[in-house]
Design a binder for this molecule. Structure first.
Ligand SMILES: [Ca+2]
Length: 319
């Protein structure tokens, strides 16, 4: 903990003066040249970088890791809130036909599409208000993960060049996640979908494209539309916590044999599924048996807090 803190302080000390020294402009010139070499038009490049400046708030957010300060139970309370459940049910009803179509096409149950949408941006309400070029330039210039963010910035310019959206509409989170489903530009290029067929993959303002892009992401990551994500379970007294790891997968009947039960004490379902045990808060916290679809959600975001909450919200939307 102390070591991490010292490293963070050093990064601050090293990074802060650099921002003020004016070599950002020189760095931007190099980036613009690279973009044009990659075939981005000079007029787009000029427009995109007009008035670009590092955003101190982005660096501040990049150095924070809120999740590590919160228990899973606290996180779950905040994310799978009554308000998010109520709004999600409303959205399920409002977009029923479209969700059904998208769900059929990609083999993903609509409640999972809506849960991801609800957690990422509160159903499209909070999709981030940063100018994406400025946000990604800040992170690419900062030096900690420069190459990753530089590539994402060039990908963002490619998306603009292809005409999917406009510079004014292309807002993102502080870390460059875009639109209602919060795709990074590289994910957009690989997985976004033009579901309404107007020629543009519009994950900012076209509901059909938002749902289909999220569903396509899951589908391409191995989603199984005939399975659920997992379930909360209870452990017998003296249960060996060595079993609690995503590294081992056991058939449900083995878990049943080890004394794992549904929260009401009843038997686990009889199904030919393999599952792992997850306890985000460790001993004494809630326990979940998770299936292959849980691992797919973790390809979207590698956090057990996130994946478990998506599953729980999806369950609440189905009730
Ligand atoms: Ca479209």
């Amino acid at each position: 903990m102390r070591v991490l803190f010292v490293v963070a302080m050093l990064t601050l000390i090293v990074a802060s003066p650099v921002l003020g020294e004016g070599n950002f402009d020189e760095w931007v010139r190099g980036l613009k040249a690279e973009a044009m070499e990659q075939g981005i038009s000079s007029s787009l490049v000029d427009q995109a970088f007009e008035g670009v400046a590092p955003i101190p708030r982005v660096l501040e957010l990049d150095r924070k890791q809120p999740e590590s300060r919160m228990t899973f139970v606290e996180y779950r309370q905040m994310i799978v809130s009554a308000q998010r459940i109520a709004k999600g049910r409303e959205m399920m009803a409002e977009h029923r036909d479209l969700l059904h179509q998208v769900g059929q096409r990609y083999g993903v149950q609509p409640r999972f599409i809506v849960a991801l949408w609800g957690i990422e941006t509160f159903y499209g309400k909070n999709s981030g208000g940063y100018r994406i070029v400025d946000a990604l330039a800040t992170l690419a210039f900062d030096g900690r993960r420069s190459q990753y963010f530089r590539t994402e910035l060039l990908n963002a310019l490619r998306i603009l060049q292809d005409g999917h959206t406009s510079l004014d509409t292309m807002k993102s989170s502080w870390a460059g996640a875009m639109g209602q489903c919060q795709f990074m530009p590289s994910s957009f290029l690989q997985l976004a979908v033009d579901f309404d067929g107007d020629g543009r993959k519009d994950i900012w303002n076209t509901q059909a494209d938002v749902f289909a892009s999220a569903a396509n992401y899951l589908s391409q990551s191995g989603w199984r539309g005939n399975q659920i994500w997992g379930r909360q379970v209870v452990l017998p007294n003296g249960f060996d916590l060595k079993e609690v790891t995503l590294k081992s997968r056991k058939p449900l009947q083995v878990w049943q044999h080890l004394g794992i039960r549904k929260p009401d004490g009843s038997n686990l379902p009889i199904a030919p599924l393999k599952a792992s045990m997850v306890m985000p808060d460790g001993e004494g916290g809630p326990a979940y048996l998770v299936y292959d679809n849980y691992r797919v959600i973790m390809k979207w975001n590698r956090s057990t807090y996130f994946a478990t909450s998506v599953g729980l919200l999806a369950d609440a939307l189905a009730e």
